[in-house]
Design a protein around this ligand. Structure first.
Ligand SMILES: C[S@@+](CC[C@H](N)C(=O)[O-])C[C@H]1O[C@@H](n2cnc3c(N)ncnc32)[C@H](O)[C@@H]1O
Length: 379
């Protein structure tokens, strides 16, 4: 249970959080202003704040912030010791907002998963997972992805020599499965349309063995700057980062062997790691994002070479942003045919050969993710 000092710090953090600020941003800003707090104290405050949002639906709204944080920590301790201590009906009613039910039938096991502390996943360089686990003394393999490791240690990963020399990236397992679904060939040309800070660009570039090229575009140039720093650390040079707002004027006339649209989304699949977002995301957000997702797909579809592969991924689970977008896109593009997302595997209990898959949080013990794939028909 958190001590009084932790409760006080956590209550001060909560007081700074508005609907437009994420809890992790508020924590970062708070720690910048309270530099004397050591890593164990920071960890305790972060855990208390995240537990608060994870268990918010159960808390007594009339109690003081400290009391509510204490209630949440007690709930979390009880649940961690015995997940059955909270009934599935209570999880369905209080762990997620009401608007979610018509958008997704969350399996009870996924609701349980949402309440757990999240795993931290690493992506080792191709073929290096066993060696990395050995050198970090902390990393469990998973049957779902050969290069993925569940981090089981306590050390600050950013300070390790292995991180500084680009031996691994911190990347959620579900995101790694998106790269695997793309299956790019060495020497190919790919376009990562919403590249952000480059998590998936780097994975594609690595799978391509530093050969060929990945165009990495995003509307946010600051994120592309981070991508460049990460690529330099990983010694990956087969990419090109260019700002693009998603408008009709494409960043290049080139045609691609593959295009990944890892679109902006409501992030329901990340609610285990980011429980605050459960209470700030709205159904209007979902509908607006669904329109953006379809527009982005429509915008880039003509840039595929005949026979080229298009992959759509979103770390969300709402119908409006997943199957509804994919089905509407399929209906509008007879020149593209839906093809299996995973060629020769079925991670997370997905149906072999399925052209749209949902990676449920409980099945991969990671973020929830939706992935769909198409191939451009040859004329
Ligand atoms: C899910 S995030 C991408 C994460 C990234 N692919 C990774 O693996 O690290 C979605 C990204 O889409 C970008 N974005 C949002 N709207 C966009 C638009 N209209 N055109 C281009 N990029 C957009 C955001 O800036 C954000 O970086």
């Amino acid at each position: 249970m958190p001590d009084q000092t932790t409760l006080n710090h956590a209550a001060q953090v909560l007081a700074t959080i508005g609907s437009d600020q994420r809890a992790d941003t508020a924590l970062r800003v708070y720690f910048e202003r309270h530099r004397y707090l050591q890593p164990p104290a920071r960890r305790a405050v972060s855990q208390a704040v995240f537990a608060y949002f994870r268990w918010l639906g159960w808390l007594d709204s009339k109690a003081s912030p400290q009391k509510r944080i204490e209630q949440a920590a007690a709930m979390h301790e009880r649940f961690t010791a015995d997940p059955k201590s909270v009934k599935p009906q209570a999880l369905a009613r209080f762990a997620v907002p009401e608007w979610l039910a018509p958008e997704v039938n969350l399996p009870p096991e996924s609701l349980v998963q949402l309440q757990r502390d999240p795993n931290l996943w690493l992506r080792a360089r191709p073929g290096q997972a066993a060696a990395l686990a050995k050198s970090l003394f902390a990393g469990e393999p998973t049957p779902h992805a050969a290069d993925a490791l569940r981090f089981t240690g306590r050390q600050d990963l950013f300070r390790t020599e292995q991180f500084k020399t680009g031996e691994f990236e911190i990347q959620d397992l579900a995101s790694q499965l998106v790269g695997i679904a793309c299956a790019p060939q060495p020497g190919a040309t790919w376009w990562d349309v919403c590249a952000g800070e480059g998590g998936k660009t780097l994975h594609l570039a690595d799978l391509m063995q530093n050969k060929g090229v990945v165009w990495a575009t995003d509307r946010h140039t600051g994120r592309l700057d981070t991508l460049k720093r990460r690529a330099a650390r990983a010694k990956l040079f087969n990419y090109r980062a260019v700002a693009w707002e998603g408008g009709t004027r494409l960043p290049t006339k080139a045609k691609f062997d593959g295009i990944l649209v890892d679109a902006p989304c409501s992030g329901v699949g990340t609610w285990q790691r980011n429980p605050h977002a459960r209470w700030t995301t709205t159904l209007e957000d979902v509908h607006e994002l669904a329109a953006t997702q379809l527009a982005l797909l429509n915008q880039v579809a003509g840039s595929l070479k005949p026979g080229g592969r298009l992959v759509y991924s979103v770390c969300t689970l709402t119908r409006s942003e997943t199957s509804a977008v994919a089905d509407a896109f399929t209906a509008a593009h007879p020149e593209l045919e839906p093809v299996p997302v995973f060629a020769d595997s079925a991670p997370g209990g997905t149906t072999p050969g399925a052209t749209q898959v949902v990676l449920w949080p409980h099945a991969v013990e990671a973020n929830g993710m939706f992935i769909a794939a198409w191939r451009s028909r040859k004329p």
